[in-house]
Ligand binder design. Structure first.
Ligand code: ZN
Ligand code: ZN
Length: 358
């Protein structure tokens, strides 16, 4: 993201040339002149397994049709169904990676860590060996309704599995118990806290808006912060406190699935990005959080850059001066005057127009 005016010449799906605007030779790919272009957006937290309800959706609905060329499924599936998610992903136009749920049942039910017999370590290790190109980490949802009476035990098992497999953890945080001050110290460098801007009682900031010591310490250890907006996990008040205190911004993700896509408060990646602009982040900081930073975390720098010789992986979007009312997960509203709209993507050698409300 630099704001220069350029033409990008694509031949057979590969970026052949990047020139000053108007200098590129060839047929315009789509009628989107005047749009911004970035490397393809990456959503680090989605639910892409349509069979599961409520936390499921169709891959391309939350991927390319949203301007997102790469999604990372955040533990919808455990060992029982991960092969089916991979099979689905091969039929989609969106690139897919996944965090493997440490519970073999994944999100078949939404209390997947409430029975320890569902945490089958051998099955986890077999899945990782079988699908090492697809699985980028382990997912553990550590909040009251998920772990039931098991407290921190599922997280301790996740930590052990992480040590055995060399894969980082993505940990969902929410209502306690367990207390957030006991959860965060178990996270290490490269692990991800998703929902770090949630406004629930057990959140990461005190009443005055200062980050808890456990959060400050985690950031110093290299723990990664991910938004994971979701139905219930993004608070403007907390996000404003984080901005004031200089906490984040690492990656912006949606935690999108059918329900919060169609009925809000997520709607789309572009809508979530618009919220970060309204918080006062620059366009560059906002877009970097779904391109560069995500690609770096994934260890796939080519996904976060636009470079001659690379496969074309691009998102085209506009920034419109429009008044729009935004709503967070707590029902709080903010008015913004600039709106990001996804227009289309280039991936797999083709241009695909976006089909979502902004
Ligand atoms: Zn979650
Ligand atoms: Zn989620």
């Amino acid at each position: 993201m630099s704001g220069e005016k350029i033409d990008i010449v694509i031949e057979n799906g590969i970026i052949a040339e990047i020139t000053d605007a108007g200098k590129g030779i060839g047929q315009p790919l789509a009628n989107v002149t005047g749009a911004y272009v970035s490397s393809g957006w990456i959503d680090m937290h989605v639910h892409a397994f349509p069979e599961f309800d409520p936390y499921g959706d169709e891959i391309d609905e939350i991927g390319v049709k949203q301007g997102v060329t790469t999604i990372v499924d955040a533990g919808s599936c455990g060992a029982d169904r991960i092969a089916d998610l991979i099979a689905d992903s091969k039929r989609a136009k969106t690139r897919v990676y996944a965090f493997l749920n440490i519970s073999r049942i994944g999100l078949l039910t939404i209390d997947e860590l409430s029975r320890l017999e569902w945490l089958d370590k051998e099955r986890v290790k077999q899945s990782i060996t079988a699908y090492e190109d697809f699985i980028v980490g382990l997912k553990a949802r550590i909040s009251r309704s998920v772990v039931g009476g098991n407290g921190l035990e599922p997280l301790r098992i996740a930590r052990e599995l992480s040590g055995d497999t060399g894969l980082p953890l993505m940990v969902h945080i929410g209502s306690g118990p367990p207390d957030i001050r006991e959860v965060i110290p178990l996270l290490q460098r490269k692990d991800i806290i998703t929902h770090y801007l949630n406004g629930k009682k057990n959140n990461l900031f005190d009443e005055k808006g200062y980050p808890l010591q456990v959060l400050t310490d985690a950031i110093a250890r290299g723990v990664h912060l991910d938004v994971g907006h979701g139905t219930a996990s993004f608070s403007f008040k907390v996000a404003e406190a984080a901005k004031r205190q200089g906490v984040g911004l690492n990656t912006i993700s949606t935690d999108i699935y059918r329900g919060n896509r169609l009925n809000g408060p997520v709607y789309s990646m572009a809508n979530v990005l618009t919220k970060f602009l309204s918080l006062g982040y620059t366009l560059e900081e906002t877009i970097d959080a779904v391109t560069l930073h995500a690609a770096d975390w994934l260890g796939k720098p080519e996904l976060g850059r636009i470079q001659v010789g690379d496969g074309a992986n691009l998102t085209l979007f506009t920034l419109d001066d429009e008044r729009v009312e935004l709503v967070d997960s707590e029902g709080e509203r903010r008015v913004a005057n600039r709106l990001i709209k996804a227009k289309g993507v280039v991936t797999g050698g083709e241009y695909i127009a976006c089909e979502v409300r902004p």
